[in-house]
Design a protein around this ligand. Sequence first.
Ligand SMILES: Cc1ncc(COP(=O)(O)O)c(C=O)c1O
Length: 381
Amino acid sequence: MQEVYLDNSATTKPLTEVIDYVSKVLTNNYGNPSSLHNKGLAAEKIIKEARNLIAAYLKTNPEEIYFTSGGTEANNLAIRGVCYNYSNRGKHIITTEVEHPSVKETFLALEEEGYEVTFLKADQQGYISIDKLVQTIREDTILVSIIHVNNELGTIHSISKIAELIKKSNSKTFFHVDTVQSFGKVLLLPADWGIDLLTISAHKIHGPKGIGALYVKKGIDLKAQIIGGGQENGLRSGTENVPGIAGFIPALKKLPEYTVEKPYDLSVNKLKNYFIEKITQKCPTAHINSPQEGAPHIVSISFPGARGEVLVHGLESEGVFVSTGSACHSKSHEKSHVLRAIKLPPEKIDGTIRISFSRYNTRQEINYAISKISEQLKLYF
Ligand SMILES: Cc1ncc(COP(=O)(O)O)c(C=O)c1O
């Protein structure tokens, strides 16, 4: 049976080069980067190369990149790190109703600790109102955290514009951006755009799981959340995940470069548009929740009357892998907070699946997936 993997926002298949290099590093470069002998130095060299590659891709400085255990930890570190170090300036923090749980839950926990949180509402396509954001920023606002590409909808927030307006409203407010779903998928220029803190994760770009990084603009002092041996310049203690960091390297080397003229992968966008065109022809009642100008790799689609979970399992039995709403919700019975935030009616939420592409998917795979989705839907209608 053919296998078609269309759940690339949940995670991506590691590249062969990644698997080979991780295995090579585990075999030969098992030294502790803190050791003084050459096994340690060899491991340290790998970390340096990965840090340099991330910095080069983001057009930042290597000293501004800190490795973490993934996007979740980087989001926690950015948000708590700012809050605990700058609470003398104020305790008001702002985020949106459509964040990944690693941001949302961190804000909720901080609210319990006495921080005042504003959750900005999103419209039907997942966009926040920038005017509303500006009105919300106060003298005591120390942090704004906004997702770049929404993991459930693909909505792209205009980060450069948002950063400019935040700084105009309060030049002391820090701006954190969760770019786990945008890094390597769409144009991202943290320094030019005025981002202070930015989160990335390797497993969304065909690298290994359990490794991510936080960009921290020079001059920002975060309170470390994991303390101990002082690795990562004291910001994140713990012996470095050298195999994971090594696995980042081939994945980074393979990332497409984007420009203002070509801000994303045109072939992935074509696949997405082709999928939307064909599926809506075959199933006219289907409702696309993602904005037309959303990220090239994510489509949220509702089939009213169907059940997302049943569809996921039906498709899996045909070798097609997709997700209900978001992977972070698939094991919970609670309806997706993002789909609720955009006011999707409950019957549409129940019938929602998320299709997410990679640059390695082919049109033939999309045709196969469309035929299998249509077959599954025939069981309903
Ligand atoms: C937008 C977003 N932020 C953060 C994360 C968490 O990243 P990680 O899985 O590396 O912890 C994810 C993962 O799905 C995500 O989609």
